[in-house]
Design a protein around this ligand. Structure first.
Ligand SMILES: *Cc1c(COP(=O)(O)O)cnc(C)c1O
Length: 385
C-alpha cells in the first residue's frame, strides 16, 4: 500500500525549533512575550502592512475586525459566497446577517460589478451594509481596486479575508493590506502555519491597539481587574509566534514550491479534454495555495466526484472546491446576489494535493491517477462505438 498523499500539510524549515527553544529557555510560555512582538513586526515587513496583532486564529481575527468596525445585531454584512464558513461565521457571532455576493470567472473571487449593483440597491433602500468581507481565494487576490472604490463611494468599510493569500500580490502589493482591516490565517493547512494562529492588520494604529485590547479580555488600565467592555481570549501564544517567525523566513520558498506544483499539474493535465485550471488573473501573482481545476464531465468522460473517488482509492486526498455559503444549510435564509458562478465552480471544481513538501513522485501519482480515469472512460467509449 502506498503512502497517503494529503491536500496540504505543515512544512517546517530548520528555523522554527530554534525560536521555540528560545521561548522555553526564557520561560515565555504565555500569550505574551518577545516572539509575539517580533512576529508582528516581521509580518508587517513581509506584507507591507502598517500594524499587526497576532491572534489565536484567522476566525478570531475576522471576529475582532467586525467588532472594531461596530457590526451589531440587525446589521447586514456583505460577504463572498465562494469561501470557507469561517469567513461568515463571525458575522453571525455579532448577531448580524451575511448577504452573499457571487464570484467572477477570471479570479473566482467576488465580482466587482455585482458588488456595485448590490450596494446601489441597498443604498436605494437606505440600508447599506455595515461592512464588506472580501475573500482572496486559494492564493489568488480578488480584483481589489474596483471593489475598494465602490466601498469608498458608499462609505462602507472593507475587511479583507486573506487567510489563503499570504505571499500573493495584487498590482505588486499584498492582498490584505488594502482595506480598513485585513486578516490572515496560520492554520495547519495554510501556506505557512503556527499549528493554529492568525493575524489582524491595519494601517490605523488605534484599530490594531484596540484589537490587542479586545483579544486580551478588554482589561482597562488599573491595578485591579477592571472591565468596561466585553473582551475575548484571542491572543497568540509566544511559543507559536516563534514557529511563525521561522515560517515567515521561508514564505517565498513555500510560494515557489506551490507554484511549481501548479506548473507540473498544468503541463501534464492541461491538454486533457474537459480539464481547465483556475485562471491566474492578470492583476497579480497567485501563490497557488491549492491547485484547483474544473472538470467538464461530457468532455472528460467522468465527473468531479468520480475523479475524486478514484484518487481516494489510491490514498490521494483531493477536495471539491468550497461549497458556496448561500447553499449551505446554515445560511439557507441569507440573501445572495447572483450565485450561479460559485455553484458551477463547486459542481465541477476539484482541489489537488498542493503542499510545498510534495515530492515529484507524489505529483506523478496524482497525475497518473487522473489520467487513468480519463483513459478508462476512453476505453469504454471505444467499446461502445
Ligand atoms: C482558513 C480560513 C479561515 C479561518 O482561519 P482559521 O485560522 O482556521 O480560523 C478564514 N477564511 C478562509 C478563506 C480560510 O481559508
Amino acid at each position: 500500500m502506498s503512502n497517503p498523499i494529503l491536500l496540504s500539510t505543515p512544512h517546517m524549515s530548520d528555523r522554527e525549533l530554534e525560536f521555540v527553544k528560545q521561548a522555553f529557555d526564557t520561560n515565555w510560555i504565555a500569550p505574551v512575550g518577545p516572539h509575539i512582538d517580533a512576529f508582528e513586526q516581521e509580518f508587517c515587513q513581509v506584507t507591507g502592512a502598517g500594524h499587526a496583532a497576532a491572534v489565536s486564529s484567522g476566525t478570531a481575527a475576522i471576529h475582532l475586525a467586525l467588532r472594531l468596525i461596530g457590526v451589531e445585531r440587525g446589521d447586514e454584512v456583505f460577504c463572498s459566497t465562494l469561501t470557507f464558513a469561517a469567513t461568515a461565521n463571525p458575522i453571525v457571532y455579532q448577531g448580524a446577517k451575511p448577504v452573499f455576493i457571487d464570484s467572477d470567472r477570471t479570479s473566482w473571487n467576488m465580482n466587482p460589478d455585482l458588488l456595485r449593483e448590490a450596494l446601489e440597491q441597498r443604498d436605494r433602500l437606505g440600508k447599506l451594509p455595515k461592512a464588506v468581507v472580501l475573500v482572496h481565494l486559494y492564493g489568488q487576490s480578488a480584483d481589489i481596486e474596483p471593489i475598494l472604490e465602490t466601498c469608498n463611494q458608499y462609505g462602507v468599510p472593507l475587511i479583507e479575508d486573506a487567510a489563503e493569500a499570504l505571499g500573493a500580490t495584487y498590482k505588486g502589493r499584498s492582498p490584505g493590506t488594502f482595506g480598513k482591516i485585513g486578516i490572515y490565517s496560520f492554520n495547519g493547512n495554510k501556506i505557512i502555519t503556527t499549528s493554529g494562529g492568525g493575524m489582524l492588520v491595519s494601517n490605523e494604529p488605534e484599530l490594531v491597539a484596540k484589537a490587542r485590547f479586545l483579544a486580551t479580555q478588554a482589561r482597562d488600565p488599573a491595578p485591579h481587574y477592571q472591565h468596561s467592555e466585553i473582551g475575548y481570549n484571542y491572543r497568540l501564544s509566544n511559543v507559536l509566534a516563534g514557529i511563525g517567525r521561522g515560517q515567515l523566513r521561508v514564505l517565498n520558498e513555500r510560494v515557489a514550491a506551490r507554484r511549481r506544483n501548479f506548473e507540473i499539474y498544468a503541463s501534464a493535465l492541461g491538454n486533457l479534454p474537459g480539464i481547465e485550471f483556475m485562471p491566474e488573473a492578470e492583476f497579480g501573482c497567485a501563490t497557488r495555495w491549492l491547485t484547483c481545476l474544473t472538470i467538464d464531465p461530457e468532455a472528460f468522460g467522468a465527473d468531479r466526484e468520480q475523479v475524486r473517488l478514484a484518487l481516494a482509492a489510491q490514498q490521494i486526498e483531493s477536495r471539491p472546491v468550497w461549497k458556496p455559503l448561500h447553499i449551505q444549510p446554515v445560511f439557507a435564509e441569507c440573501e445572495c446576489f447572483g450565485g450561479a458562478v460559485a455553484e458551477d465552480l463547486f459542481a465541477h471544481g476539484l482541489c489537488l494535493p498542493s503542499g510545498s513538501n510534495l515530492t515529484d513522485e507524489d505529483l506523478d501519482r496524482v497525475i497518473d491517477g487522473i489520467k487513468s480515469v480519463h483513459n478508462q472512460t476512453q476505453k469504454i467509449t471505444l467499446l461502445h462505438s
